[in-house]
Design a protein around this ligand. Structure first.
Ligand code: FER
Length: 314
């Protein structure tokens, strides 16, 4: 399916001096396609797990205001460009979209959010799932979020990174992306854009597979990422003891934000992560809304996350 025309129009090719590219945009409808797969666990099984709501599984934020993701004509707008990076990990040229905020200037060093998509999708998914450019333009105009760069890479680290066929078979490539991100992509961003390289100015967040990647990679590299957001994390999120064998170390994180809809069959993956953090006194935000595995929960939680990430208060 094709993303909105607006999103396509916003893609400004090649402004960074990097190689520009053009490709069809793809997103998944909700829930993600449920083909049988060799991926473990079986997605059909994963999506039909019972949901056992506990007293602390609560919505902690109201719904965003109306028009939070509507383009406003009266404000300055950021830009999205489609650029590539040279992945030594995969041995190909790979694809990302990069948002720079209104008035982007090399006189400043910006914090960076790496924002990851779900399975069966690509770097265009967030344009449909949360409209990060529109939401952040509006938040910056209202002084509710810091100007930041948002990098939306293709997180499926294999030679053919556009989804087709049995998309769950590509699940292992989402784990390979850890090396691609750390060794190839982050250095590319930090050499091409005017960004802060402090840990607390680097965040990673994502939906579903991207949420699992965000948890797995951030807790494995707490020296690299100061903040993490996991929206409706998929089964690629490691079980808590593997994810965080030394939980007290995670108390140094600036922001840990976990969310899931209480109608999402994958709910238990986020819930077990929250329960482990809580048991081990690791400060975090746990937001349970009324949605399923869908763009409502992703866009609403992105709206909250963008306001909290890179905020000075812990
Ligand atoms: C699975 C169920 C869902 C799985 C991945 C997903 C790797 C991912 C869904 C998404 O990204 O939307 O069993 O296994």
């Amino acid at each position: 399916m094709i993303a909105t025309r607006r999103w396509i129009l916003l893609v400004v090719l090649g402004l960074s001096g990097g190689a520009a590219y053009s490709r069809p945009s793809i997103h998944v409808d909700t829930p993600s396609p449920r083909q049988d797969a060799n991926a473990l666990p079986n997605p059909k099984v994963a999506f039909s797990q019972p949901i056992n709501l506990q007293a602390d599984d609560k919505k902690i934020f109201p719904d965003p205001p109306a028009e939070f993701d509507t383009v406003r004509k009266d404000i300055l707008r950021g830009k999205i460009e489609a650029v590539t990076w040279d992945s030594k990990t995969v041995g190909t040229t790979r694809h990302m979209l990069v948002y720079t905020p209104p008035g982007y200037t090399t006189d400043k060093k910006y914090p960076v959010l790496y924002l990851l998509h779900g399975i069966g999708a690509n770097e265009y998914q967030w344009g449909w799932a949360g409209k990060p450019d529109v939401v952040l333009d509006n938040l910056i105009a209202d002084r509710k979020a810091k100007p930041m760069i948002i990098v939306m890479p293709n997180g499926c680290a294999q030679k053919d990174d556009n989804p087709k066929g049995n998309v769950y078979a590509s699940a292992p490539a989402y784990a390979v992306f850890e090396r691609d991100l750390l060794n190839d992509l982050i250095p590319t961003i930090e050499s091409r854009y005017s960004v802060s390289t402090k840990r607390d100015d680097r965040a990673i967040a994502g939906l579903s597979m991207g949420g699992g990647q965000s948890l797995d990679f951030s807790f494995a590299h707490m020296d690299v990422f100061g903040s993490v957001g996991a929206f409706s994390a998929a089964p690629n999120a490691y079980a808590p003891e593997k994810l965080l064998p030394n939980p007290s170390a995670a108390r140094s994180m600036k922001l840990i934000y976990i969310s899931a809809g209480n109608k999402d069959g994958l709910f238990g993956i986020s819930q077990r992560t929250h329960q482990y953090l809580k048991k081990n006194d690791v400060p975090h935000l746990w937001n349970v809304d009324e949605h399923g595995h869908d763009r409502d929960t992703w866009s609403h939680n992105l709206y909250e996350f963008l306001q909290k990430v890179f905020h000075n208060k812990k």
